[in-house]
Design a protein around this ligand. Structure first.
Ligand code: SAM
Length: 413
């Protein structure tokens, strides 16, 4: 792959010769494949050969890339395919958040960090997972519903919409849209889209996003800022700007030397920041920093227990899910939804169940009709694979109608 000349000149200088050489060499190797298990749906035996990612309790590197689409457990939300560097968020949250909080993931689609975040936050925490782009918000919604935690609300809004509310969060994650240099190895499109102008545009847009959301962070609350790019304009310089202009202190977490995480690459600024570089770290590229907003206004955050009610007070917040999926009403019939099936709040006794073979589970996910074993009650039946709910069918006896959502279905078996 040919890297843009200006990128090469700037980044080789930034990294230094040895790190740059390892980075270039990393393009000769496949991206390591990693997954994060959903702690409420998975047990330890799903990937017996997997190797733990040391900075994430449920993170594992796989020896090869399985055919995820062909695995019903993937569709059941038992695990999420997630790049190892992103999993560092689990480590950060466990170090810095120890009580139930109200949290906001501002730029959340497709949902990797949101689903991780809810798993990493203490019991009782509530998360608003937000995405500005409608198409991406639908993908976010699907991933959040499949992971099934009722403590996640999904919204589709611009950052500045939140500043029109009285919602104050204890923790905000801003995983900002960026120039994507850290994705070059796995995504050639990111190389095509790169330009110095786009780096400048992204750096300014990141500041705008941060300015817009800053009033919604509690005084003393935490901002986790991340990008998947390497340059200092979008990283250290923005972190320094947040600290100095918006008013925050930069926090550190202890990391082990063998994780090979790189710190600040500005020669005159040595605050704790965390950079993952392919070839040096066993991952794709990522940058993360943790900031604590200085005390002042907004001393009180929105109570996690009241977040759902508070969010619903603002009609301009487009709430795509309140975390408590409901049946759909068709005429006079209440049809249980796939989101209900996949929710962790689903109770064992709510519906009769039918366990499917691998073949039938894939046919179900492909939205084909099924024939359930004789003796299965008629009416709505929850179908499962290896004991994990996949969705509903309506059993008519000689056949069962498939109620899996069209837009979630596997296109090709
Ligand atoms: N956090 C996500 C995850 O882990 O799956 C990845 C987020 S991606 C790096 C950045 C997201 O920011 C994209 O989904 C993009 O649509 C969204 N975005 C783009 N422009 C934005 C803006 N002006 N304000 C807020 N979000 C924006």
């Amino acid at each position: 792959m040919t890297l843009p000349q200006e990128f090469t000149k700037y980044t080789s200088n930034l990294f230094g010769a040895a790190r740059w050489e390892r980075f270039v060499q990393s393009f000769l190797h496949e991206t390591p494949v990693s997954v994060r298990l959903n702690p409420w749906k998975a047990d330890g035996n799903i990937f017996p050969q997997a190797e733990p990612v040391p900075w994430c309790r449920q993170g594992f590197w796989l020896t090869e890339r399985p055919h995820f689409t062909g695995d019903p457990l993937f569709h059941a939300g038992v695990y999420y395919v997630q790049e190892a560097a992103s999993l560092f968020l689990d480590y950060i949250l466990r170090q810095v958040v120890t009580s139930p909080v109200s949290a906001l993931d501002l730029c959340a689609a497709p949902g990797g960090k949101s689903t991780l975040m809810r798993a990493a936050l203490p019991e009782g925490a509530m998360l608003v997972s937000n995405e500005i782009d409608r198409r991406r918000a639908n993908i976010l919604l699907e991933n959040i519903l499949k992971q099934g935690h009722p403590g996640v609300l999904v919204t589709h809004n611009a950052p500045k919409d939140f500043a029109r509310t009285n919602l104050i969060f204890d923790v905000i994650l801003a995983d900002a849209p960026c120039s994507g240099e850290g994705l070059f190895r796995r995504d050639p499109a990111a190389v095509q889209e790169w330009s110095p102008q786009n780096v400048r545009f992204c750096a300014e847009r990141q500041r705008q996003i941060l300015r817009d959301i800053w009033p919604c962070l509690k005084g003393g609350g935490l901002l986790i800022y991340s990008t998947c790019t390497f340059n200092t304009h979008e990283n250290e310089e923005n972190v320094r700007w947040i600290a100095e202009e918006l008013g925050a202190d930069i926090l550190s977490v202890p990391v082990l030397p063998e994780w090979q995480i790189t710190g600040s690459l500005l020669t005159d600024w040595h605050q704790p920041v965390y950079r993952f570089i392919p070839g040096t770290t066993r991952s794709e590229g990522l940058f993360m920093a943790i900031l604590r907003k200085r005390e002042g206004k907004n001393a009180f955050s929105t109570l996690p227990s009241s977040l759902r009610v508070q969010v619903k007070k603002y009609p301009f917040l487009h709430l795509l899910s309140d975390g408590l999926p409901q049946p759909e009403t068709k005429g006079r019939e209440q049809i249980p939804s796939a989101a209900q099936a996949l929710s962790l709040s689903m109770r064992e006794a709510d519906f009769p169940r039918a366990e499917l073979s691998l073949e039938d589970a894939l046919r179900y996910l492909h939205r084909e009709g099924l024939v359930l074993p004789g003796g299965t009650p008629r009416g709505f039946v929850l179908v499962t694979y290896q004991g994990r709910p996949l969705g509903f069918v309506k059993n008519l006896g000689d056949r069962a109608n498939n109620l899996y959502p069209k837009h979630w279905a596997i296109r090709h078996l």
